[in-house]
Every structure is written in C-alpha cells, then in structure tokens.
Design a protein around this ligand. Structure first.
Ligand code: FES
Length: 148
C-alpha cells in the first residue's frame, strides 16, 4: 500500500490535522456534509468564519472513508484556514489531488473535499443571510417591538 501512495498522503492519513467538530448551531459556523455514492464514504467539514473579515479562522473535519479521503480532508482544512471565503471557493479537487499525487482512481476522494468546502461555505452564507444582523448598542433603537 505504502508504495502506491505519495508520502504526503500517508503522512496526512497517519497524522490527520484538524479532526473535530464545531457547534453547528453557532452563527459563525458553516458545515458541509457530503458523500460519495460510489463508495459510501462520508465527509463532514466545518468552518468558523470571522464575519467582519470573511476569513476562515478555524476548519475541522471528520471523515468516514478511505485513506485518500482522510488525507484530502486533512489537507483541505489546512489549506482553507486563513483564507477568505472567495479564495477557499477556488480550491478544486484537481489542486488537492495534484498536491497529494492521488492516482486517477482516487480522484473522487479529493472531489469529496472540494464538495465539503463548498457545502460548508454555502451553509455559513445561508445562516448569515437568515440571521438578524449583529448590531451594536447604537443600533438598539431599531430593535423591533412586538405590538398587539
Ligand atoms: Fe471513496 Fe475514497 S474511496 S472517498
């Protein structure tokens, strides 16, 4: 096995970075849960975003899947940390696959990571759009009061 994979994949698989979960209810957290129908592997990736800067300040994952999927998600969380959402959206599975030198048969594993990043960002944006805007004390007078 170790002869067919690049040392970087093996290293990420054996020492995955940023394994964990974030509070999905938190307004500054976005979570993407994606699966690969072909193999049944599942990846959950969460980001915490600084709403003021649009920068990803934390990124964690849990992957129930193959070594390449675990390595891809570990690499993805490292790559997007510190990036703005627009930059993170540009990360493609090809980029992940080429960094990790994944064989063609394992390209869908890196696709999972791209899909998970996009899904986490979409979830964060959906929450931000739905949530009432955080406002300082100066804006307190705009608070609506229930009438009737
Ligand atoms: Fe399906 Fe790797 S074999 S994600």
């Amino acid at each position: 096995l170790s002869r067919s994979y690049d040392p970087k994949v093996i290293e990420h698989f054996e020492n995955p970075r940023n394994v964990g979960t974030l509070d999905r209810k938190s307004a500054d957290v976005g979570t993407g849960l994606v699966g690969a129908p072909a193999c049944g592997d599942v990846m959950r990736l969460s980001i915490r975003v600084d709403p003021a800067t649009g920068q990803i300040v934390e990124s964690v994952f849990k992957t129930f899947g193959c070594g390449s999927a675990i390595a891809s998600s570990s690499f993805a969380t490292e790559t997007i940390k510190g990036k703005r959402l627009e930059e993170a959206l540009k990360i493609s599975n090809r980029q992940i696959a080429s960094e990790l030198k994944l064989p063609p048969v394992k390209l869908h594993c890196s696709m999972l990571a791209e899909d998970a990043i996009k899904a986490a960002i979409a979830d964060y944006r959906k929450k931000q759009a739905a949530a009432p805007r955080a406002q300082g004390p100066a804006a307190a007078s705009t608070t609506q009061e229930a009438s009737g």
